[in-house]
Unconditional design. Structure first.
Length: 156
């Protein structure tokens, strides 16, 4: 049996690094988000480099975008759409702040209060539910195809 953390993915793939606010810090429903120049909030996300492991990509993305050293814990969502785009959403179990330029642009926010922080909306809705429950469900494969009915399919 192989360790899923050792699989390399060379496709055009983007990784979201979810960083929940630890319960001991008072957060059970907040995630780390980044402020864009337009004032909108987004989750840390970037493309996976060719040959890069997805857990390594999540660590790199959190470090580069938010100045955090994170320890990705598990895959929570795999999303693909009709255009052939794919996203992996990994949950970080622990983090340490590192000094950097991103520090002023980083804040913990309630994703339920921010439409557009994660598209499609069904993925944001799943995220809000799973964040409140502590990500207890198995990984979800979310398929979005607006040419089909229903347009969104979630398989656990």
């Amino acid at each position: 049996m192989s360790d899923s953390r050792s699989h390399r993915i060379d496709a055009d793939l983007r990784v979201f690094a979810l960083v929940p606010l630890p319960a001991q810090a008072g957060g059970a429903r907040e995630l780390l988000a980044l402020s864009s120049e337009g004032g909108d909030w987004t989750l840390p996300v970037a493309a996976v480099n060719p040959g890069e492991r997805i857990f390594a990509a999540a660590r790199r993305i959190a470090r580069e975008t938010a100045g955090l050293a994170v320890l990705p814990e598990r895959l929570v969502y795999f999303l693909e759409d009709e255009r052939g785009s794919a996203w992996v959403v990994l949950c970080a179990a622990d983090f340490d702040a590192e000094p950097g330029e991103a520090a002023g642009k980083v804040q913990f926010v309630d994703p339920g209060a921010l439409p557009g922080i994660l598209e499609p909306d069904v993925l944001r809705e799943l995220l809000v539910e799973d964040l409140a429950a502590g990500f207890m469900r198995p990984m979800a494969h979310v398929t979005v195809d607006t040419r089909e009915s229903p347009a969104v399919t979630v398989i656990w």
